[in-house]
Design a protein around this ligand. Structure first.
Ligand code: ADP
Ligand code: MG
Length: 338
């Protein structure tokens, strides 16, 4: 199968066309229109086999993650997604793989109301680059740089699940070895943690609901410990994080010690939750917005003066076990591929 046929069969007209796409897949460029009074938000993320996902990961999971990590970036600035581009590097033409990958991508595009408008297809080591674009009113853009000292720090959802899920895949964490749990509890913990690793949920609703209420925002891709420092640096503030307040899922709490759960929540990657700050006087507005959209959120700390990050555990200084997560450290133990 030639490049042309792959595009034709797997990536053309898979979803309901959007009105703002004049020309999508098939010409030299996609031609689209941005609504008046909106700014265009653009982001790109690449997933490389063996670095960002394990060799042998199911193509549906790869498609899900490749899209979700990009939509998560749009969520962090408060944008509503509209279009994606897909640059695909494939070792070989595997039609079953392409079927599963493109079906999942199309299903998710349909779900989010977005269109695949172009891309590139080449031969090479398996890698998936998605560029996502969306709209945000220029006056409502959430950035990393707007936090002020005194602002409260919040996160959505629970932290550390994806990192623990990766460890179950790498054989570093065994849910079935946890005593005092039924086989059913062990199985559902493993399934939950692995699904959080493979299929992160971009917090798009939270991003758009909050964009006018918050002072800064980032999506947590490399662990809270590393990512809060991006807000600190951009906003020229210090921060205190109360590690005993970190939201831990029931499943994670069942399979690791409280200490290990805190370490996962602080330092493991791929959560794709939002971390955001806001002045204390906006808290009741935040609660109204998030409760009415059924989004879980937890206050985990406060921005302070200076430029230091302090961790506290029940108001006592706490030393983190590890630094921020880096994706190049995910090397598959059993794989000889690089
Ligand atoms: P060109 O050589 O002009 O860059 P290509 O032959 O690479 O064009 O691509 C033909 C058309 O198919 C273009 O519209 C391009 O955006 C689209 N395309 C190529 N690969 C993909 C892909 N993996 N997913 C979606 N669209 C793709
Ligand atoms: Mg090309």
């Amino acid at each position: 199968m030639k490049e042309f046929n792959i595009i034709e069969r797997f990536f053309t007209a898979q979803t309901q066309p959007r009105q703002d796409v004049m020309i999508g897949v098939g010409d030299d460029c996609a031609i689209t229109t941005v609504p008046t009074n909106q700014s265009l938000a653009t982001t790109t993320d690449t997933l490389v086999a063996g670095t960002h996902f394990l060799h042998g990961t199911h193509p549906s999971d790869i498609a899900h993650k490749a899209l979700a990590v990009n939509l998560s970036d749009l969520a962090a600035v408060g944008a509503v997604p509209a279009w994606i581009n897909l640059a695909l590097s494939l070792e070989e033409i595997d039609e079953d793989w392409l079927d599963d990958f493109s079906d999942t991508l199309a299903r998710l595009c349909e779900y989010y109301g977005i269109n695949l408008i172009g891309g590139d297809t080449t031969k090479g080591p398996l890698s998936i680059t998605i560029t996502a674009q969306g709209f945000v009113p220029p006056e409502s853009v959430a950035t990393r740089s707007g936090a002020n000292r005194g602002d409260l720090i919040y996160v959505t959802g629970t932290l550390g699940d994806a990192g623990a899920g990766l460890d179950t895949l790498l054989g570093k964490l065994d849910c079935y070895a946890v005593a005092d749990l039924s086989h059913q509890e062990q199985a559902s913990a493993e399934a939950f943690l692995q699904s959080r690793h493979h299929r992160p949920t971009p917090r798009l609703l939270a991003g758009t609901a909050l964009r006018r209420t918050i002072s800064s925002c980032i999506d947590i891709s490399d662990g809270l410990l590393g990512d809060i420092q991006h807000i600190m640096k951009a906003s020229q503030c210090g921060a205190i994080i109360h590690v005993d307040k970190l939201p831990i899922s029931e499943h994670l709490a069942k399979v690791v010690s409280p200490e290990q759960a805190m370490t996962y929540a602080l330092s493991s990657g791929d959560d794709y939750e939002l971390c955001f700050t806001l002045p204390e006087h906006n808290v009741s507005e935040l609660e109204t917005l998030l409760n009415s959209s059924n989004i879980n959120f937890t206050c985990v700390g406060q921005m302070v003066g200076g430029n230091e990050l302090s961790l506290m555990h029940h108001n006592m200084p706490y030393t983190a076990v590890s630094e921020a997560f880096e994706h190049q450290f995910i090397v598959q133990a059993s794989s000889t591929q690089s």
